[in-house]
Design a binder for this molecule. Structure first.
Ligand code: ZN
Length: 350
């Protein structure tokens, strides 16, 4: 087994299952044609990560990647999703997670201790994340019920308007200060997540939303799948001001493999060398320190660099980090140690 199993901040495997592109059994047996399945995870050292349940908009356009091939771009926020639609989809997502576990593809983890045990056993550690909170009711009944079912991380918004706040649009070049922050209900949602010790994800929030979370939360600030704005000035990336807040809260950033958030030119094109990713590592580590940077691949949700391709290609990234001077200690932190530390702190474990 690898000394550096990757625990990753974000994937959209469940979305592929809900869209009917792959079954839980195919993920377990290796018949998936997406970025993740069990045999390729074992080959590439993907030890687990945050598994997102994401609800697509009714007008979700598959052409979004096409528009992002030609910067500058400013993609309109998609239409809202109703609570009923989102609830149905989220319940199906939770069922898909259970099916993945029953098929032997993943082990659902509720604590950092469980993640460590899964990594040691070479089982894929899966943390339940809800990306965009349209399914949550204002009384937080579903939030509490799903927490009991294993939910440990939540993004108050995806890149879309909700009752909780306003998502950041996919815009390049643009800073993330694109609109108003959280609503009063959104602030209450953050407080309830704090009470339940559910991680509040900053990725997809706009600048004012991030500042609202920072003012309210008593947990470390975490952007699970975003990059350095100083390297790629995309609205989805994290500015120096936000990095300072994340550092001061002892939180972290998971580096997103989406080509448009990595490339300085903002193009959603996957043919480029991994030295561009190393520039993000350098920038984030210089702002946050070595203890606050990890990975947040967006596998199965993004166009990732050809040099990585899928989860079996993670060793190519580790090799690039090695030749960039990353030693064993820092490699341990980047691949899983920092995530474990921040999750332990967020979830109130020792
Ligand atoms: Zn996302």
């Amino acid at each position: 087994m690898t000394d550096f199993p990757v625990f990753d901040g974000h994937n959209d495997l469940v979305l592929r299952i809900l869209r009917g592109h792959v079954t839980a059994d195919a993920v377990a047996s290796g018949l998936s044609d997406g970025h993740i399945d069990k045999p390729r995870a074992q080959k590439g050292g993907l030890g687990g990560g945050m598994f997102a349940i994401f609800v697509p908009s009714p007008d979700d356009k598959a052409v979004r990647h096409d528009e992002m091939r030609n910067p500058p771009y400013d993609i309109a926020l998609p239409t809202r999703v109703t609570e009923a639609e989102a609830t149905d989809w989220t319940e199906r997502g939770l069922d898909a997670m259970d099916a993945l576990e029953a098929a032997g593809a993943i082990r659902i983890c509720r604590t950092a201790q469980e993640i460590e045990a899964a990594l040691a056993a070479e089982e894929m550690a899966a943390v339940l994340h809800i990306e965009g909170a349209e399914a949550i009711d204002r009384d937080f009944e579903k939030l509490n019920a799903w927490h009991a079912r294993g939910l440990r991380s939540l993004g108050p918004v995806w890149s879309r308007d909700t009752v909780w706040g306003h998502g950041v649009p996919f815009r390049y070049p643009s800073d993330p200060d694109t609109g108003p922050g959280l609503t009063e209900d959104g602030k209450a949602l953050v407080r309830e997540c704090n009470r339940l010790k559910i991680l509040v994800d900053l990725s997809h929030l706009n600048a004012k939303g991030v500042e609202d979370v920072a003012r309210i939360t008593d947990a470390p600030l975490v952007a699970t799948h975003s990059n350095a704005w100083a390297v790629c000035p995309h609205s989805r990336n994290v500015t120096d001001r936000q990095l300072a807040m994340i550092r001061d809260s002892d939180g972290m950033v998971g580096i997103n493999f989406a080509s448009a958030f990595l490339r300085p030119d903002g193009r959603m094109e996957s043919e480029f060398e991994l030295d561009i990713m190393l520039r993000h590592f350098d920038d984030l580590i210089s702002s946050l320190g070595e203890d606050r940077v990890g990975l947040g691949s967006d596998f199965d949700g993004a166009l990732v660099p050809d040099r990585i391709g899928d989860c079996a290609g993670l060793p190519n990234l580790l090799t690039a980090l090695r030749s960039h001077g990353v030693d064993d200690g820092l490699m341990t932190k980047i691949t899983h140690g920092n995530w474990l530390r921040v999750l332990r702190k967020t979830w109130g474990e020792q």
